[in-house]
Design a protein around this ligand. Sequence first.
Ligand SMILES: NC(=O)c1ccc[n+]([C@@H]2O[C@H](COP(=O)([O-])OP(=O)(O)OC[C@H]3O[C@@H](n4cnc5c(N)ncnc54)[C@H](O)[C@@H]3O)[C@@H](O)[C@H]2O)c1
Length: 342
Amino acid sequence: MRVLVTGSEGYIGAVLREHLRLNGHDVVGLDTGFFNECNFGAPPRPIPLIQKDIRLVEREDLQGFDAVLHLAALSNDPLGNLAPGITEEINTKGSIRLAELAKEAGVPRFLFASSCSLYGQGASKGLTEEAPANPQTPYARSKIDFENALKAMADDRFSPTSLRNATAFGVSPRLRFDIVVNNLCGWAWTTGKIQLSSDGTPWRPLVHVKDISKAFVCALEAPREAVHNQAFNVGSTENNVQIREIAYKVQAQMPHCEVTFGNSDSDNRTYNVDFTKIETKLPGFHHADYTVDQAITEFLEAFKQLSLQEEDFQGRLYTRLRQIRHLQETGKIDDALFWRQN
Ligand SMILES: NC(=O)c1ccc[n+]([C@@H]2O[C@H](COP(=O)([O-])OP(=O)(O)OC[C@H]3O[C@@H](n4cnc5c(N)ncnc54)[C@H](O)[C@@H]3O)[C@@H](O)[C@H]2O)c1
């Protein structure tokens, strides 16, 4: 199929596009390019790219595609908090406009990279897709708001699907250290310390970036009736862990490291999610293939190969908020996060 991947130059996009290619799909990317210089090792294999902000997309950009896979966003809570108004402009309004134009252009499938963070502080364990949303942040709010808008657009010629990803982990050519597994691995490798800002009790559902890619490909290739206007939690029960467990898993592979904890109230986001639907109802997915332990091993190999130093780990290239601030402070992008003309 011929597919447009928005956010193709980001952490997940850089892995997903390769997975799509290996599965025989013809991929075009669309991305504004905030992280174009942020390579971890070799850059991702080039693909045809529309370098554009989703707020400026036009119908012509979307013509001729069998599906849009929509990942472009201010993609985590710290970025969402940087400018909540801009998060709404991009993640909610920009996404609605993109989906409307895709529908007008006759694109039949629209897959959205949503997030389990929309469940917020889940009162109970095992949150299914039917659990009420309880977003705690502008980022999480933007995800449920756009999902709701998408649902209202579904009809015979437009099939949206929301993939509610757990927190991602794993190596990517556009690596991030601002997500928990990657972050703890980076701390351990570069400082010998695993520092938790919380007391380690909050629950996080986790998923390898390759399993997110698998979920997108399965949803893309699924018969329409299996995915039409559906939401799927993307992850696995095995990777639903408390943060202190991640720290101990990292320590198990780097035994010289010391684990330290923060305050119990420093992180009020906790959610434990049920993945039965994706395992039983999304054709071809079956189960997530990668565990946290495997990813830690992968990281150790990559860090060794690239001789990762603390200044790289702490630097801007792999932390979204720092890179966006850098682009603002050097005058490259304006307050609304549009590129300035030279
Ligand atoms: N990484 C995770 O743990 C995780 C978990 C759940 C959901 N998600 C969602 O998956 C998607 C991809 O996440 P990621 O981790 O790859 O994020 P990322 O920040 O690494 O990549 C996002 C990409 O979108 C681009 N982008 C941002 N604003 C844009 C705009 N206005 N116009 C065009 N492009 C724009 C950026 O340049 C970047 O390349 C996001 O929607 C995110 O919310 C991520």
